[in-house]
Design a protein around this ligand. Structure first.
Ligand code: TYD
Length: 150
């Protein structure tokens, strides 16, 4: 379904799914199109982005109960740390044609933002604070209860 999908890489217990989005390039430059249920594997309900992230700042530190997201660093670079409650993995987002899929059962930290970084997030639900798990111990308990480690 997803064009340019690079597939699941199971080198750690954390399942990492990245996308290489098709670039429509010509002498004018490059255009990337993102479409729900095509190269984005869900229905798009929300888009938000972070920029002007201050040096040394890390964001996130939460998981979601049901939300699914795709992260794209459309300018600059940043590092995403994924944690399924047992293992951690890191993904460097350093080009605008790379997407990282995040399922709900992952504790995520966004870090090492370059000064020019613009991190865009596509999500399948509207903002809902009730969907957040913001306490790490709660996350571990939730993973144990649901058996949903990735
Ligand atoms: P926060 O959850 O702290 O961001 P992060 O997880 O990246 O560290 O969100 C920062 C603020 O923005 C907070 O007041 C909630 C608000 N917010 C929205 O209003 N809508 C959204 O879609 C998101 C993601 C956050």
């Amino acid at each position: 379904m997803e064009q340019g999908r690079s597939g699941n890489r199971k080198d750690t217990r954390v399942e990492i799914t990245t996308f290489d989005f098709e670039e429509h390039g010509d002498e004018r430059g490059i255009l990337i199109s993102l479409e729900e249920n095509k190269n984005i594997p869900f229905t798009l309900r929300r888009c938000y982005f972070m920029y002007n992230t201050q040096p040394g700042v890390s964001r996130g530190f939460h998981a979601h109960k049901t939300l699914r997201q795709v992260l794209i660093c459309v300018r600059g670079q940043c590092r995403i740390i994924l944690d399924n409650g047992r293992e951690k993995a890191e993904v460097l987002l350093d080009r605008p044609n790379k997407g990282l899929y995040l399922s709900s059962n992952i504790w995520r930290v966004m870090t090492d933002f370059s000064e020019d970084a613009v991190l865009m997030v596509l999500a399948d639900q509207l903002y809902d604070e009730a969907d957040y798990i913001r306490n790490y111990d709660d996350f571990l308990a939730w993973v144990r209860e649901t058996g949903e480690e990735a």
